[in-house]
Design a binder for this molecule. Structure first.
Ligand SMILES: Cc1cc2nc3c(=O)[nH]c(=O)nc-3n(C[C@H](O)[C@H](O)[C@H](O)COP(=O)(O)OP(=O)(O)OC[C@H]3O[C@@H](n4cnc5c(N)ncnc54)[C@H](O)[C@@H]3O)c2cc1C
Ligand code: FES
Length: 500
């Protein structure tokens, strides 16, 4: 069973695009080949801008390719929450942008030469608890108020009864890996250039251009779009304005039965479901990044739930992914803070397939100097929301507390020789906090426990054998290599041996 690869990435075997080497010039450099970066690059290239896209790993292998693949404007209780916080206008913009994004995905899917599994289907938000029925009804009312027509029902295609459900028709599901590769094909056909295995390490913003540097090359462009899930080059303090969380997915084949639609419940634990060929996908078990909650038991819980409700034959894939939610609940898309040439798209609150697609349209309109009706809601340069600023202060205080906590934890950390095979822990060696992992063969792997982003102490992720930072969600492999930003530099490698 694959532990790291989602069901959507398993069948994608395209040869990698060559890494960036030497210096190239372009109109736009897009950093990040997920849904936001790839769609932005494609739309801009189609509009005649000259685009180079840099991807640290492979196209789609970030959160996008590890998502559930639902393309929908039904986003949990989003409309109730956004109406409360932001009122009608911005909520209506969010709704319209996401509804429009479903159609954009449909259009690109149609244009692709590969099968990306695009299927129109209903999306359900449901509850099995009488206490949460009112939440669903409120969401129905809020969504209807901003122009999204749903229907309240107790009939779904789920294999159990529900107390109440909100159904949106004409939503969609995709096989995300093939869809992202299909976008890449369209982008290259339009003249765009992709470099994979090209991690951007530095961004310099000059008066007339932006220079992005990888380990082997440089792109000099008029403007840059940083679409790296959380901006790795942060001109707007986004790392402190969003919270990272991880969630887990399993893909099962079924002996009988199955689903047609896509679903998510309200309340806890969250279970997000959708069909796949001869089976189902179940996603859930979310928790903040960099906590003790990251254990293989997360997948076990999803599998137990799946077996309880479906006629499961086997489980073939287990994976996990991360996303960021902004403190005021709206994504950040547009000019990064006061920057003149750097733009971002981030904070998609676990609904980035539609929000990222909408974000691409917003950025393309901005670059083409066209009016975009949703920019005001998504505006990445906003600082105006008082509640958000208050939360920012509280959140920063929590992060600071964490830093202090980390220092105290270092003093009482256990020694390296107590580590069992397969175990990772922060240990103390010569007074330094060391991220130590002993692999199954007994070999010890030690790297500095200090996150290269802003210096918090990383935490062990036992589910995925990685070091995750609780402060802003950077993730590192056991050899210190960056798995996910905002960090761009590896954890320092340390030579550590077992005591004789
Ligand atoms: C478990 C789970 C399920 C989800 N399911 C859904 C769903 O069904 N529908 C939905 O709408 N949303 C869903 N989401 C949310 C969605 O997956 C994300 O919002 C979306 O994928 C974010 O897209 P992105 O392009 O911003 O980031 P990513 O897809 O993560 O892409 C960012 C890319 O940037 C690259 N990168 C990072 N650093 C660098 C660098 N320094 N240089 C170059 N490249 C770099 C990464 O390798 C990566 O490929 C889900 C999220 C989770 C966690
Ligand atoms: S991600 Fe910011 S300090 Fe680690």
């Amino acid at each position: 069973m694959s532990q790291r690869e989602s069901v959507w990435l398993a069948g994608v075997n395209d040869p990698p695009r060559p890494p960036l080497r030497g210096q190239v010039a372009s109109g736009v450099v897009v950093v990040g080949g997920g849904i936001a970066g790839m769609t932005t690059a494609l739309m801009m290239q189609l509009d005649g801008l000259d685009v180079v896209l840099l991807e640290a790993e492979r196209i789609g292998h970030g959160s996008s390719g590890n998502s559930t693949g639902k393309v929908s404007s039904l986003h949990g209780l989003a409309y109730t929450e956004l109406m409360d916080r932001h009122g009608y206008e911005k909520t209506q913009m969010y709704a319209e942008a996401n509804a429009q994004a479903v159609e954009v995905v449909a259009t690109f899917a149609e244009q692709m030469e590969r099968d990306c599994g695009f299927v129109r289907c209903p999306a359900y938000l449901y509850t099995r608890s009488a206490e949460l029925v009112q939440d669903i009804r409120d969401e129905f009312t809020a969504a209807a108020h901003v122009g999204l027509t749903g229907e309240l029902t107790t009939e779904t295609d789920l294999p159990f009864g529900v107390e109440e459900a909100l159904r949106f028709d004409d939503q969609a599901r995709i096989d995300v890996g093939p869809y992202l590769m299909g976008l890449a094909d369209l982008f290259e056909k339009a003249g765009g250039i992709i470099h994979e295995h090209s991690r951007a390490m530095n961004l310099d913003e000059g008066l007339n251009n932006v220079t992005v540097t990888t380990s082997e090359g440089t792109v000099v462009a008029e403007r840059a779009v940083v679409a790296t899930l959380i901006p790795v080059f942060d001109r707007g303090g986004y790392f402190a304005r969003m919270k990272p969380s991880r969630a887990y997915g399993v893909a099962a084949t079924l002996k009988s039965g199955g689903l047609e639609a896509v679903h998510i419940n309200v309340g806890s634990p969250t279970r997000s479901t959708r069909p796949r060929e001869h089976g189902v996908v179940v996603v859930g078990e979310g928790h903040p990044t960099g906590t003790d909650d990251a254990t293989p038991g997360r997948w076990g819980e999803l599998e137990r739930w799946a077996r309880e409700h479906f006629d499961v034959d086997t489980f073939e894939y287990r994976w996990s992914a991360q996303d960021y939610t902004s403190l005021d609940g709206l994504p950040y898309v547009g000019r990064a803070g006061a920057s003149r040439r750097v733009y971002v798209a981030t904070g998609f609150r676990k609904w980035g397939l539609s929000n990222g697609t909408a974000g691409a349209q917003i950025l393309t309109d901005l670059f083409m100097e066209r009016h975009n009706p949703w920019l005001e809601a998504f505006d990445a340069s906003r600082l105006s929301d008082l509640a958000s600023v208050e939360k920012l202060v509280k959140y920063s205080a929590n992060v600071a507390k964490h830093l202090v906590g980390d220092r105290i934890a270092r003093l009482s950390a256990p020694e390296v020789e107590t580590l069992e095979p397969g175990e990772g822990r922060i240990v103390r060696t010569d007074g330094d906090a060391v991220a130590a992992y002993r692999d199954a063969s007994g070999e010890l792997h030690c790297v500095s426990a200090t996150c290269t982003h802003l210096g918090c102490t990383v935490q062990w992720n036992g589910a995925e054998t990685s070091w995750d930072c609780p402060c802003h969600g950077s993730r590192f492999d056991v050899d210190g290599t960056v798995l996910a930003g905002p960090a761009v530099k590896a954890l320092e490698a340390l030579e550590t041996h077992d005591e004789e």
